[in-house]
Design a protein around this ligand. Structure first.
Ligand code: SF4
Length: 259
């Protein structure tokens, strides 16, 4: 604070054109949250230090302004500061849902492209698909299992895949039966009727809501993808992969059609 801002600053250019420089040093340092783009590195002196090189969030116009307002209210403990960081990230995050007119309409591809485009624009982006039905899975660094499509979208976004990006995975294993994976961990085999009757609108929706909320706290943009079509009338009453997911995440939606 107090330094001349913009092109007059002796450190210009720092990260990106138009950044808000009022916090030259991040008041949350070291946050220890790798979803921000920060990470632990070994310094030239052999010390473990937190690097903020890939986190630009603190310099986004609007974020720094709100943070300054909050800090004027008084001192906070370290835990309170981290809570404030999560709250500010969540309220400043952008979110978009990509729905499709059918399976194979191109949702995954469009969502992946959006992940890369937002990443190229300098944002920290997370893909999200509430529920994926697929046998092709990927093991996250912490040993959880998610659909391979969400792992690919994470790579497109240049971030590490994590279980919150696909909290519910159904791996078909027989006539109308699937192995259910919840937040990366196998839960057992479930029948389709049972899944829609007693899981989706209770525990399933809670798991989806909490996963997307955590992503909003850690990323600047969340690109959501629906499953199949949002208008499958035999499933609509208990579908948590499409419009209900957009509703709990408060996300506007675009519709992809293959014509
Ligand atoms: S990674 Fe970002 S939020 Fe975390 S301490 Fe560094 S600048 Fe602050």
């Amino acid at each position: 604070m107090g330094e001349p801002r913009g092109r007059e600053c002796r450190y210009y250019p720092c990260h990106f054109e138009g950044q808000d420089c009022r916090f030259c040093f991040c008041p949350f340092y070291p946050c220890g949250d790798t979803r921000t783009g920060g990470r632990w590195i070994i310094s030239s002196r052999g010390r473990r230090v937190w690097s903020c090189k890939n986190c630009h969030w603190i310099h986004r116009p609007g974020v720094a302004e709100r943070l300054e307002e909050e800090l004027r209210k008084g001192r906070r403990s370290r835990e309170e500061m981290q809570e404030l960081r999560r709250r500010l990230m969540k309220s400043a995050s952008g979110i978009l849902m990509v729905l499709g007119t059918s399976s194979s309409a191109g949702k995954s591809f469009i969502a992946m492209a959006l992940c890369r485009i937002f990443s190229d624009m300098g944002y920290r982006v997370a893909p999200f698909k509430a529920q994926n039905t697929s046998l092709n899975s990927y093991v996250t660094p912490d040993g959880g299992e998610i659909a391979r499509a969400q792992a690919l979208q994470a790579f497109a976004a240049r971030v590490e895949p994590e279980v919150d990006m696909n909290p519910l995975l159904l791996k078909p294993c027989g006539e109308r039966r699937s192995q259910l994976v919840v937040l990366g961990k196998p839960r057992g085999v479930i029948d389709a009727a049972e899944y829609y009757r007693s899981f989706t609108l209770s525990e399933g929706l809670r798991v989806v809501r909490e996963a997307v909320e955590r992503l909003k706290e850690g990323y600047e943009v969340v690109v959501m993808e629906g499953a199949g079509s949002p208008a499958e009338i035999n499933l609509m009453h208990a579908d948590i992969a499409n419009l209900r997911a957009a509703e709990v995440a408060d996300a506007p939606a675009v519709l992809v059609a293959d014509i």
